[in-house]
Design a protein around this ligand. Sequence first.
Ligand SMILES: Cc1cc2nc3c(=O)[nH]c(=O)nc-3n(C[C@H](O)[C@H](O)[C@H](O)COP(=O)(O)OP(=O)(O)OC[C@H]3O[C@@H](n4cnc5c(N)ncnc54)[C@H](O)[C@@H]3O)c2cc1C
Length: 434
Amino acid sequence: MNKMIDVIVIGSGIAGVTAAKAAADEQVSVEIITKGAGATMMGSGALDILGAVPGEEKNTTVNDIKEGMELLLDKNPRHPYAVLKDSLENGIKALREVCRAGGMEFTGDGVTNAVIPNILGTFKNTAYIPSYNKYADAAKAAGKILVAGFRGHTEFYPEYACRSYNTYQRQFAPDADAVYIATTLELPSLADRERITNAELAAFFDTREGMEELAAALDDMKNIMGGIQGILIPPVLGYRKYAQNMELLYETLGIPVGEIAAGGHSVSAQRLAAALEKGLENKGLEAVNQAKAVEIRKTEEDVFCIVYEQQGKTKEAYARSVVLAAGGFIGGGITSYREDLFIPVINEPLGRITPEMVNKKAFPGGGQLFGKVGIRVYDDMAVAQGCFSGQIFACGDLIEGYDWVYERSGSGVAAASGYLAGKNAANMAKGSEH
Ligand SMILES: Cc1cc2nc3c(=O)[nH]c(=O)nc-3n(C[C@H](O)[C@H](O)[C@H](O)COP(=O)(O)OP(=O)(O)OC[C@H]3O[C@@H](n4cnc5c(N)ncnc54)[C@H](O)[C@@H]3O)c2cc1C
């Protein structure tokens, strides 16, 4: 048999990373098996705890997180936060520790949400923003804010965004009092480009030449407009040098600069993913990368054998305890065959998608029922269904009963459930040693 690990975590998103850190803090050996990217690689890079409470008619925007939590649990007493809220602080702390070790700090107190303008022209209430982007909080914005786009940029249109920011700011931040003014910058090195993407701009601003051109263009525009008190740009300030670049702009321009939030294949999510990977490494937490777990078996010795595929080979790893942090539909933890849903790693059925679960409105009040699909867990995050009931743990987007899209609760649930799952898996491993 291969070497025995105390806790194997499957998945390296926010839930898996937090679970691994929480388990390692219990002084057990930990290994992550991960195939790579998941939903964590698609977020805005900000850590949401609770941004909105879904309602029948409309969603309630959350500014005070504790009040929002009470409203959420009042409407939905079986929400995972009913058992997870006491682990939130520890989960976020563990997650932030890994991020810090990977070079990324966060700003936020977990009490009041920041309000970040997003690339679609609306706002996002979120608990923790990366510290490099602390000036993006629209709740504190006042006076003239210049919103700069780039000629040929295909992913952000400052005129549309500004119109919408000016209309909706008070809905998200009652005390906000800013006037958003759009401008489009022309940078000399990009003058011949008809179309340019976030990724290309980010790569350009990782160069000294790129940042010099950006700082000069923003400075010119600031002087032409007069009275500008802050600047917003799309999230393209580099993949590597973003914190340094933000400081440089602040020093050059003498006013705060922030990045607008974007999800999907976003530069800011990739910064977070890179910080998580580096943080794991710097914390000495081992990860088997590009490895897809395909089966979990219990051996005769009562240990778990995780069968995984890596570079065309089938391999096995052995653990006393397992945390399944494989994500939801996006991460690959949940998949479907026609309308049947299941968790492939443990071959566990999750029922069917029925027409009633899909509201034809894109963003219906109350959310989409299929968004809440996942595995049932006990209060300690042990799986509560199927042949592994009570034996392995689950966390993050894989667990049932919440809708991170509507609630903006993704990172909070992932960190809190990951923390609990990791800790309890470590304790189970310690128990099984004797
Ligand atoms: C477009 C978008 C924008 C978002 N914006 C935000 C935001 O701004 N703030 C926020 O807090 N949340 C946001 N979210 C939600 C948030 O990203 C998720 O809730 C959170 O990342 C879930 O973390 P997770 O660890 O549970 O899952 P994931 O991040 O999906 O991680 C799952 C992990 O499991 C691995 N995996 C899956 N199957 C296997 C297997 N068989 N073997 C090995 N590894 C496997 C995957 O590769 C991945 O590493 C957003 C999500 C999306 C899609």
